[in-house]
Design a protein around this ligand. Structure first.
Ligand SMILES: *[C@@H]1O[C@H](CO)[C@@H](O)[C@H](O)[C@H]1NC(C)=O
Ligand SMILES: *[C@@H]1O[C@H](CO)[C@@H](O)[C@H](O)[C@H]1NC(C)=O
Ligand SMILES: *[C@@H]1O[C@H](CO)[C@@H](O)[C@H](O)[C@H]1NC(C)=O
Ligand SMILES: *[C@@H]1O[C@H](CO)[C@@H](O)[C@H](O)[C@H]1NC(C)=O
Ligand SMILES: *[C@@H]1O[C@H](CO)[C@@H](O)[C@H](O)[C@H]1NC(C)=O
Ligand SMILES: *[C@@H]1O[C@H](CO)[C@@H](O)[C@H](O)[C@H]1NC(C)=O
Ligand SMILES: *[C@@H]1O[C@H](CO)[C@@H](O)[C@H](O)[C@H]1NC(C)=O
Length: 373
C-alpha cells in the first residue's frame, strides 16, 4: 500500500511536469524526406535468430555472412577476393543499378566500451542506479558524470583497434570514409582508441567528427550531460566539431528526460544530415546503446542490443522522397523523471518508477546543482 501510494505520487509528479522537446531546425539543411530500410540477408545481426547478448563481432568477421552475390559474376576467373571485397563489389552494383533517388550506405555502429557509469550500475543494481546514484556525479572514489572508460573499457577499445587492423590486412575490408562520434567522453575515447594507428588508406585517414545528435538518450542521469566544448577540444585536439556546436550542453536539464518518440525524431535528423551531406558509402558511427537502438528503429532494422564495445555494420537503403518540411523537427514533449533523495527500496521493474522509502517520496528537483560544467 505504501509502495502503491509512492508510485502514484511518482506518476502524478511525472504527469505534472513536461517540457516542450527541443527544435532541431538548426541541424536541417535542405534535403528530402528519406525512407530508410536496412537490407537483410547480408549480416548475422539482421537475422532474428542471432543472439545479441552472445554476439562477438571479432569471431564472425563483423557478422558478414558467407554467401554469394549477384556481383560475383563480374569477378575474373582465377581472381581471389575476400568476402568483404566481394561485398564491396555487391554494394557498388546495388548503387550503380538503383535509381537516382536511391542510395546504399554501410554504417558501422559501435557502442562505446565500458564506462564508470556502466560499472556503477552493475555495482549498485539498476533500480538503485536509476532512482538515486545516476543523479549524482559520483561517489567518494569514482566519478561518472560524462563518464570516462574504465581500464576494462580501454582494453576492449584496443581489441576493436586490433580487430580493425586484422580486417584491413586479412580481409582488405573497405574502411570508413567518415568517423562520426557522440560528444560524450566515453565515445570520444572509444573512437580515438579504436581508430588511431590503423593502416588506413592515405585518402581515408582517421578524422573524427563530433555530432551533438549522436549522444545517448537524454535522461536526468549525469552520464548523459556532456562536457563543455572547450574541454572536449582540449582533450581531443585532432577531432573536428560540427558547426553550431554550443559551448555548454544545450539539451540536458536534470529535470525532464527525452521520450522515445522524441529521440527517434533526433535520430532521423542526424541520419538525414549524414545521408544528405556525406558522399562516402562506408561510414563509422560511435554512439550508445539507447541511441543506436533508436537509429536502428528509424532504419527499420530489427532490434539488436549491443554489448559495451560491440560493433555492427548495417547495409542501408535510403530513398529520397518529398522535400523535407522543417516543422517535423520539433520533437515530442520531454517528461519529468521522479527519483529518490536517498537510495530507493525497489523499483517496479528496472526501468519503471522509483519506490522510495516512505520518508523520501519521489522528487523531480535535481540532487545536484545544474549549472553547466
Ligand atoms: C519505404 O521503403 C520500403 C522498402 O523499400 C517500402 O516497403 C515502403 O513502402 C516505403 N515507404 C514509403 C513511404 O515509400
Ligand atoms: C541469449 O544468450 C543469453 C546468454 O547465453 C541467454 O541467457 C538468452 O536466453 C539467449 N536468448 C535467446 C533468445 O536465446
Ligand atoms: C565464414 O567462413 C569462415 C571460414 O571459411 C569463418 O571463419 C567465418 O566465421 C564464417 N563467417 C560466418 C559469418 O559464418
Ligand atoms: C564507488 O563506486 C564504485 C563502483 O563504481 C565502487 O567500486 C566503490 O566501492 C564505490 N565507493 C564507495 C566509497 O562506495
Ligand atoms: C588517443 O589514442 C592514443 C592511441 O591509443 C592514445 O595514446 C591517447 O592517449 C588517446 N587520447 C585520449 C585523450 O584518450
Ligand atoms: C569546461 O569544463 C572544464 C572541465 O569540466 C572546467 O574545468 C572548465 O571550467 C569549464 N569551462 C567553462 C568555460 O565553463
Ligand atoms: C535510454 O537508453 C537506455 C539504455 O541505455 C534504456 O534502458 C532506456 O529505456 C532508454 N530510454 C528511452 C526513453 O529511450
Amino acid at each position: 500500500m505504501a509502495i502503491a501510494a509512492t508510485l502514484l505520487a511518482a506518476l502524478l509528479a511525472v504527469g505534472a511536469q513536461a517540457t516542450p522537446g527541443p527544435n532541431y531546425a538548426q541541424y536541417v539543411h535542405g534535403g528530402h524526406y528519406m525512407n530508410y530500410t536496412s537490407v537483410p540477408g547480408y549480416f548475422l545481426q539482421d537475422d532474428p535468430s542471432t543472439n545479441a547478448s552472445t554476439f562477438d563481432y571479432t569471431a564472425v568477421n563483423f557478422g558478414l555472412i558467407n554467401r554469394t552475390y549477384d556481383a560475383d559474376d563480374t569477378c575474373r576467373p582465377g581472381e581471389h577476393l575476400t568476402q568483404w571485397q566481394r561485398f564491396e563489389r555487391e554494394v557498388l552494383r546495388l548503387n550503380q543499378e538503383s535509381p537516382k533517388n536511391v542510395e546504399y550506405k554501410v554504417i558501422w555502429f559501435g557502442r562505446h566500451a565500458e564506462g564508470f557509469h556502466n560499472a556503477e550500475q552493475t555495482f549498485v543494481g539498476t533500480p538503485a542506479w536509476n532512482c538515486y546514484w545516476a543523479e549524482l556525479t559520483g561517489n567518494s572514489t569514482a566519478s561518472w558524470a560524462d563518464a570516462h572508460l574504465t581500464p576494462a573499457g580501454i582494453q576492449s577499445a584496443l581489441v576493436a583497434n586490433a580487430f580493425w587492423k586484422h580486417e584491413i590486412e586479412a580481409q582488405k575490408i573497405p574502411t570508413p570514409g567518415s568517423f562520426y562520434t557522440s560528444p560524450l567522453f566515453r565515445c570520444l575515447q572509444t573512437a580515438n582508441l579504436t581508430f588511431t594507428g590503423l593502416p588506413l588508406p592515405k585518402n581515408k585517414p582517421f578524422i573524427a567528427m563530433i555530432k551533438e545528435l549522436l549522444r545517448e538518450n537524454i535522461s536526468i542521469h549525469t552520464c548523459d550531460r556532456r562536457s563543455n566544448k572547450t574541454f572536449i577540444h582540449e582533450s581531443f585536439p585532432s577531432f573536428r566539431i560540427e558547426e553550431g556546436f554550443h559551448e555548454h550542453d544545450p539539451l540536458w536539464n536534470g529535470v525532464t528526460a527525452e521520450t522515445e518518440s522524441s529521440e527517434d525524431v533526433r535520430s532521423r535528423v542526424v541520419l538525414d544530415d549524414i545521408f544528405t551531406h556525406d558522399c562516402n558509402t562506408y561510414i563509422s558511427v560511435t554512439s550508445h546503446s539507447g541511441e543506436i537502438g533508436s537509429i536502428l528503429e528509424v532504419l527499420n532494422h530489427i532490434p539488436f542490443s549491443l554489448n559495451t564495445g560491440a560493433i555492427i555494420p548495417v547495409l542501408i537503403r535510403a530513398e529520397a522522397l518529398s522535400p523535407k518540411e522543417i516543422k517535423t523537427t520539433t520533437t515530442q514533449d520531454w517528461t519529468a523523471s521522479a527519483h529518490c533523495t536517498v537510495p530507493p527500496v525497489s523499483s517496479v521493474d528496472n526501468n519503471g518508477p522509483c519506490a522510495c522509502p516512505s520518508s523520501a517520496a519521489p522528487v523531480t528537483t535535481p540532487l545536484i546543482p545544474t549549472t553547466p560544467p
